[in-house]
Ligand binder design. Sequence first.
Ligand code: SF4
Length: 503
Amino acid sequence: MKVKKEGLQIKLELTREDYYSSVKRMLNILIPDIEVVNDDSAEVVITSNLKVDTDKIKLKTKLVSSDTELMKKDIDTEIRDARYTDGDIERRCRSKVKFHIYQLLVKFLDLTPSPWGILIGVRPTKIGHFLMDKGFNYNEIKNNLQSTYGVSNEKADLLLRVVKKERIYLPTKEEVKDRVSIYIGIPFCPSRCGYCSFPAYGLKDAAKYISPFLKSLHYEIREVGSWLAKNGITVDTIYLGGGTPTTLNEEQLKELLAIIKESFYHLEVREFNVEAGRPDTITKKKLELLKEYNVNRISINPQTMNQGTLKAIGRDHTIREVKDAFKLARQVGFNNINMDLIIGLPGEDEESFTKTVQDIEELNPDNLTVHTMAMKRASRWKQNSNKLDFPQSEEVRRMLALSKQLAINLGVEPYYMYRQKYMLGNLENIGYAKPGLESIYNIIMMEERETVIGLGGGAITKLVNPEDWTIARLNNPKQPQDYIREVEERTTSKLQRLTSLFR
Ligand code: SF4
């Protein structure tokens, strides 16, 4: 019998009450139709009994409703493995409790389990790196992903493929003691896409801020550049993103690139990326400037190759412009071009996505980033998402299968991935690249294994401590007017924090 899940009230009784909010958060995301309540009249009660001895974890979980009783028992002896610390065992206990509860609810409600099991975090690959650092091999990690978190066979294989690739490029603990990557945010775009959650302001309202914003940004770049030189810290990778930096005119772009070169560029920089996402911002001259200033990877992002969808999502460019910009970039000499696609845009289906796939295959980019639609809080669409015609999960899965075939046909392989809340079908975003053309910045940013200094609008600085890979964040203001007003004060405080970290 299928149980009605909308509004179903669940009461949780846990021996470890401190796990309550973490279990509730997981259920809110994975089974949003049910409601976790602290009320004796709840229709379903789940009790979880956890006991940790010196050599084993004993867990018994029971789900009781008016006409059903389901039980799950588990004795886990893996904690005898000397590679685990007390902190690891604590994390394992919490995951086991969550996994039991999720499994019982999946059975009770007759649901299809999430392919990522109970993992709801943005960076599942971190688990792989964490276990590799402890000396676990790929088979052990795969078993762990499946037995502790319920990750499907396919997703566990994907995660391990990505981890293997990433480890080629990730710097060591020693290396990150005197090097950083740089992110520079240009928060302007020709117009704002409906799904956009980035700091990006359309030119119609924000053009007046570009000049004063750039003046402040030049200041911030020069201050940080002098600090790096004074402290003997080298730059590993540079990412100029936003927004769309190529929204700047040729003169503005040239001045900015020259200041970046003078402050950060040297021969050991492994990568210099620029988002040239909107093809309507690209000119031959701008591409030549990027090339002249050592940019070695750019993104030209169509998101879809269907004209109707482009219009519906608020992008005022044409499919022709995407193709022309791509060909122009090849002519100018770019041999590492990324293209972003989004699966699950409103009104799209398997047929329209097939058209996108065919067009992209013809262009033959070197990197392909496939996003699955996620409705983010900061986007324009979030407020009225129920009025938009998003494809159903099954359709999304079929489109995802097409994107995987596209990747095979292009000869690109998965090299980084991340997940987001509220993703259609509970899936993931995957970055693919031809072997040797993986974006190092993307890997570093995803795995948080090197300090990234964020400059410009809405940029986030991540201060990474290599001793335990803990992270502290500093955010630059998103609004250009706030950034302009606060830049001096924030730069001073950023440099103080950097000085303490690299002391
Ligand atoms: S091009 Fe990118 S950054 Fe600009 S509005 Fe669209 S999604 Fe946002």
